[in-house]
Design a protein around this ligand. Sequence first.
Ligand code: ADP
Ligand code: MG
Length: 567
Amino acid sequence: MNKTIGVLGGGQLGRMLAESANRLNIKLVALDKPAAPAKQITAHGAHVDGSFKDPASIRALASAVDVLTIEIEHVDAVVLAEVEAAGTPVHPAPSTIRLIQDKFEQKRHLRAAGIAVPDFVGLESNSMEELARVGDLLGYPYMLKSRKEAYDGRGNFPVSSRDSIPAAQAALAGRPLYAERWCPFECELAVIVVQTSTDTLTYPAVETVHADSICKLVYAPARNISTATAAAASALARRAVASFSGRGIFAVELFLQPSGDLLVNEIAPRPHNSGHWTIEACPLSQFDAHLRAVLDLPLPPSSLLPREPAIMLNILGGAASGAHLALVDAALATPRCSVHLYGKGPGTPGRKMGHITLTAPSMSEASALMAPLVHVADQIAARVGADVPPPLAAPAPLVAVIMGSDSDLPTLAPCLDLLEKLDIPADAHVTSAHRTPAEMASFASRAAQRGYKVIIAAAGGAAHLPGMAAAYTPLPVIGVPVKGSSTDGMDSLLSIVQMPRGVPVATVAIGNGVNAALLAARILGVHDVRVRERVERYASEAHAEVRGKEGRLEGMGWREYLQGMKK
Ligand code: ADP
Ligand code: MG
């Protein structure tokens, strides 16, 4: 590659972009302070020392490169438009950067484009009367936001009542403001979108967890949401980004409301903290994708699909200098963890110093490994005391064993017992297709996002549970027909096996929970070699048991053997 790319900003995003550029022999030139994180890892003399808000520095950068991009939106967009007009391509478009860098203008643009956003109002001033008028209009609490220069919650103030208006005025003094209706979201989601010269592509929707308004954790893919919600999040994010011009990564932050509706919180026109997990989990990271989109290089859509679930934990500075290093030490010693440090020195409270990404074959394993690190992070942030021991994290279940009634439990006991012996985390639930249909539908439709890989469903009589569960989930469902009190179980077997075309349910013999457990283990073993080894060990033990019986029968003769069996 003989292209040179100029980046306004040289923080951690620029640094990770430089890592991607280095691998492709693309020369990356950063404009920022001397020894900014991005400059530390790319040794050449072409970097520009200065501010990404300074017109002369931006012009100097433009003259040294083939194409310009940004890693921060708080840049001088007017000068960017000028250098673009003078012949240096800029991605995303300067007009996009200008719109997005003013959160109020960004929201107006999105609303005009038909994208659902929280209710918001512009402010004439930040006077007491004006802020009280907004309280009357939006109700309390409401979120007062700085229109510009906002990041990591520094620019937001929740106004809880009329009495807290003076504190809000003091916190955001001198900044142009607007206000938003409070959004009691169920969770926050984010979608990383890649706009290329021909396509709008997305990574799967992730769940972001904020503490003190700073991103703390990212779960990829999002836990606890239905596939329909994940698809709706991607579709909304694509529509929102398509309303802006310019190539590259855009990150769309979303609120999932209790009603199930989605609202766009904000958009970043660059790689984003909610996409760091892609470095380890996907064939192409958000930084690789950004470079390829900006330079118009090929970008196969399937390269954005994760290989494994991932959790990202930010390494934030603590009160004491170097306090975050306790988390770094713990992460270095944790299996499956990749540790990134940004070269920012000893750290200040809440500053993003690095991050940790952990990938595993299942979200449950990732969560179990990550739990002690989250605990250390909470201790550094003084959210839990230094003397509190880490929580005991049980791995989340991979198999859901569901039954229409507790009377099915004796049939399922050998199944649960065998799953335990095979070291496959499973849990049991009573949920009925007939008596609690709404709860059953909600459970099955969220099962995949919650990390289950297989559902085992036992039912007797009319036996609708396996089929109804299969109708609500893309997971494999294994039905266990249960012998009823008045019939022989053939009724359940036939109703489970006679599923209409399009909604398959695997079926085992009447009452054979053991086979259901083994089939579940074989399904899990397709992608997890450790489970496959345990299935093979089980088969070889069964083999040895039968061979042992054959040996004893041969040795003692059938009469004596039979006598032994009768005892
Ligand atoms: P930043 O630029 O700091 O990321 P955001 O506008 O994204 O600013 O706000 C940071 C966080 O504050 C959000 O991720 C969310 O947790 C919370 N927040 C923002 N707006 C609202 C709102 N209208 N209602 C409730 N919480 C909000
Ligand atoms: Mg945000």
